[in-house]
Design a binder for this molecule. Structure first.
Ligand code: AMP
Ligand code: ZN
Length: 476
């Protein structure tokens, strides 16, 4: 079996082959960091993570880069509303995004380029397009890409551009395919841009980059002129990725991306989850409600990335149960008393067959739904085998555990579950220590200290209950 991936550009499954043997260069369009990412965004970033982890698991050297958009129309609008600069706006949300990603077990990228660190390279890139006859400065102070200069414009989305009006322009970052027009590579600075420090010098006067330009410049700077894979949510096909292809190929004269991959959007109670619809749920909200990040991860990867996925609390409960089944299974294997005199029970064969089926599922365009079915089928078979023959030799037990952990290197469920439980252990140790200090203070009739400790714990959401057997605590 070889890896097959669905390429949006050809609308078909293709055998995956990187440009350079053994190395995969992957660029994912990251979040715009002006507020907290919602779990729809995280469905997309978990799709990236599965790609990243599975390529790694398959033995490739993966060079995975994801940008953080820290200047665009939306960032500026939001900084203006808050009366702060774009850097003040985006810095905390960039940090929050990376923290949330780590909570969900998303492996770090090789780098997270931010657009504001690449302004010089963007200006050079625009100049190159102007020099090559693919872009022109207009009387509004902006520089536009001339889509008439790029014959393949519209191919990715599959739109017929033969009827488009030459020279008609659009200056917003976001627009529909009906508005396919010359788009802004560089925009003239407005008073508001200056106010939020989103303006730089350029040969065309003070201005700032357009959003589409950012990804072309950063991906080429970090990974080279031809990428093996470029990932994003389905809404990015047009105009974002269409424009990226046009700019990049017009500038370099080389194919920009070998495989375009797009993830389907998450729905919530039957509607697309979107900031604009106000029906979005952030990761933090779910964690505050007490949901396990591993269960959230399970839910968000439980459907193939191109398949439908509808978020419901009920679905999240079901994911919690699935996760518990996996944890119980791991404990059962770890706790098995091995018996050197037992007959080989066939667990090693079940284990190696499971790993092969898992590979088959993931090779089929990263089908995590099928891969999860393989894992849970494995759990059932091994449980049934152990019920029938509880005595196993060490080699059988070890093979089953190794298979479970190997598949989890891609799925990351046990990994996230154990990471979040370690945090709980740390918290427990901290609270126990504080309770001890408080009892000592009370024994010394130092009530100021004992009250201060109680307040400190209350501030962290810990409720103390003093009883006859000492002090008990819970998360309130
Ligand atoms: P943004 O921060 O809006 O630039 O979005 C970051 C990424 O999340 C993009 O790749 C979007 O396609 C993706 N995205 C936005 N909404 C959803 C959704 N409901 N489900 C899945 N991905 C989404
Ligand atoms: Zn992008």
């Amino acid at each position: 079996m070889t890896l097959k991936v669905h390429n949006t550009a050809t609308r078909s499954l293709q055998a995956f082959e990187p440009l350079e043997a053994g190395i995969v260069r992957v660029y994912g369009c990251g979040p715009t960091i002006y507020n907290h990412a919602h779990i729809g965004n995280f469905r997309t970033f978990l799709f990236f993570d599965l790609v990243h982890r599975y390529l790694d698991w398959s033995g490739y050297e993966v060079r995975f880069v994801m940008n953080l958009t820290d200047v665009d129309d939306k960032v500026i609008e939001s900084a203006v509303e808050s009366g702060i600069t774009i850097t003040e706006k985006t810095t905390p949300f960039g940090e929050a995004f990376l923290a949330d990603s780590s909570t969900l077990g998303i492996r770090p990228a090789e780098s997270y380029p931010r657009a504001t660190d690449y302004i010089g390279a963007m200006v050079d890139f625009v100049q190159r397009l102007v020099d090559g006859g693919h872009a022109y400065p207009a009387d509004d102070g902006a520089v536009y890409f001339s889509i008439a200069s790029f014959a393949e414009y519209g191919r990715l989305k599959g739109i017929d551009t033969s009827t488009l009006k030459v020279g008609a322009r659009v200056s917003h970052d976001q627009y529909d395919k009906e508005d396919a027009r010359d788009f802004a590579l560089w925009k003239a600075a407005t008073a508001e841009d200056e106010q939020v420090e989103a303006a730089w010098d350029s040969p065309w006067g003070r201005g700032r980059p357009g959003w589409h330009l950012e990804c072309s410049v950063m991906s080429i700077a970090e990974l080279g002129e031809t990428l093996d894979m470029h990932l994003g949510g389905e809404d990015l096909v047009f105009p974002h990725h269409e424009n990226e292809i046009a700019q990049s190929e017009a500038a370099t004269g080389r194919p920009f991306v070998r495989h375009w991959m797009h993830g389907r959007h998450l729905f919530v109670e039957g509607k697309k989850m979107a900031k604009s619809l106000g029906n979005f749920i952030t990761l933090r909200e779910l964690l505050d409600e007490g949901h396990d990040p591993a269960a959230i991860r399970h839910l968000l990867i439980s459907s193939h990335y191109r398949g439908d996925l509808n978020f419901t609390r009920q679905g999240l409960e079901a994911s919690g149960s699935a996760l518990q089944r996996l944890l119980d299974f791991e404990s059962r294997l770890k706790g098995l008393a091995v018996d050197a005199g037992a007959d080989p029970s066939g667990l090693a064969t079940i284990a190696s067959e499971a790993v092969e089926s898992f590979r088959g599922a993931m090779d089929n365009d990263f089908n995590s739904a099928d891969a999860l079915a393989v894992v849970f089928g494995f759990v059932s078979s091994v449980n049934a085998a152990l019920d029938a023959h509880p005595a196993v030799i060490a080699a059988d037990r070890d093979a089953a555990l190794a298979a479970l952990h190997s598949m989890d290197e891609v799925l990351g469920l046990l990994e996230v579950a154990s990471a979040s439980r370690v945090v709980d252990d740390d918290l427990a140790a901290y609270v126990e220590q504080k309770i001890q200090e408080r009892s000592e203070a009370r024994a010394n009739r130092d009530f100021a200290t004992s009250d201060a400790i109680r307040d400190e714990l209350t501030g962290k959401g810990i409720v103390l209950e003093d009883g006859p057997d000492g002090t008990r605590w819970k998360v309130g």
